[in-house]
Design a protein around this ligand. Structure first.
Ligand SMILES: [Zn+2]
Length: 338
């Protein structure tokens, strides 16, 4: 029997995979797509375990196969990341996590990685019934890499299942998409999200609102210090103090990824200010800071708050096209001058 007990939500996807694994009817290639951080990559790993697990109720998480796969050291589990040359596979094994902290989603999955994979696929699986190849950040495969992979998908090797994971399906070639079974993942509902064992004292409703129902984003928020600095941001806005504001954000905006994360937090704060300003503080996302948000909103004009929100969006748009963090800081600090 196949039971995905450890996976939160995604009931229809779980029952689909339970059925096809029990019937031994997996497709050669899947494309898991949907918002980032809702559990696509983790579920890909669960599918690999469920198929190869040695227990009656699968995946058990206890047998040698499950354990090896959980630790990412199973020889028939191949995971392709952007920027493999820096030994990410080894890094992932060392850290025992699917996405090691150091890996860089702005890098590509290259044609060399695909060639290396194709070489590997000429051999039979070492010990598993089926070998699983999981592509994390599938949208990061270069066009050449995708075209090269396409040849493999057109004549898929026996006993191999490909799972491509992507939160930007628009970047996957239509030819690859049409060779894959598409599995759409959605954000978790609050009832599903709240069961995740976060170790934090922050209210779970806050994490849900700030992460748009994405466990991955919520976990990332807790790893950074973006939650505590919300208070400093509000104080800087309240005092209209650009130096204080820059002191807080400058050391934290050091990569595109954390700039994106920061801007999201900034937008929730400024939208909350607007809600509080119009007397709807009960609707704010930053539920734990309701009193401070109300007080701050009283010190700012409606126009000023609108301007703050607009610069948040402007910074977001700018960042999607250019990677110049100095300019992002300038854009965000601009409303202080007025
Ligand atoms: Zn097992």
């Amino acid at each position: 029997m196949v039971k995905f007990d450890r996976v939160l939500g995604h009931e229809r996807i779980k029952s689909y995979f339970s059925r096809v694994i029990e019937e031994d009817n997996l497709a050669p290639a899947y494309l898991f797509y949907g918002p980032e951080g809702v559990g696509k990559s983790s579920f890909a790993l669960e599918v690999a375990k469920a198929y190869n697990c040695e227990s009656d109720v699968r995946p058990c998480g206890e047998c040698p196969t499950c354990k090896k796969m959980d630790k990412l050291i199973h020889p028939d589990l191949i995971i392709l990341y952007p920027s493999k040359p820096s030994n990410l596979r080894e890094l992932a094994i060392e850290q025992g996590r699917l996405k090691p902290l150091e890996f860089d989603p702005t890098k590509n999955i290259t044609i060399d990685q695909i060639r290396e994979l194709q070489d590997e696929l000429t051999k039979a699986p070492f010990m598993a019934k089926k070998r699983f190849v999981i592509f994390l950040y599938g949208e990061n495969l270069t066009i050449e890499a995708q075209n090269s992979l396409l040849k493999t998908l057109e004549e898929p090797p026996d006993n191999t299942v490909f799972i491509m994971v992507s939160s930007n399906i628009g970047k996957i070639l239509p030819t690859i998409r049409s060779r894959s079974r598409l599995i759409k993942f959605s954000s978790l509902r609050f009832e599903e999200f709240k069961d995740y064992p976060f170790s934090t004292t922050y209210p779970i409703t806050l994490l849900y609102r700030l992460s748009d129902g994405s466990i991955g984003r919520a976990k990332k928020l807790l790893e950074t210090d973006f939650l505590p600095i919300r208070i400093d941001i509000l104080n800087a806005l309240s005092e209209n103090d650009p130096y204080k504001f820059l002191d807080v954000i400058k050391p934290r905006i050091i990569t595109r990824e954390n700039a994106q994360d920061f801007i999201k937090i900034y937008l929730t704060l400024t939208r909350d200010l607007l809600l509080a300003h119009s007397g709807s503080e009960n609707l704010v996302a930053n539920v734990d800071l309701k009193t401070l948000i109300k007080a701050t909103s009283k010190r700012l004009s409606y126009r000023k708050i609108e301007k703050l929100i607009a610069t948040g969006y402007e910074a977001e748009r700018y960042l999607s096209r250019f990677l110049n963090l100095e300019s992002i800081l300038l854009i965000l600090a601009e409303p202080f001058a007025k």
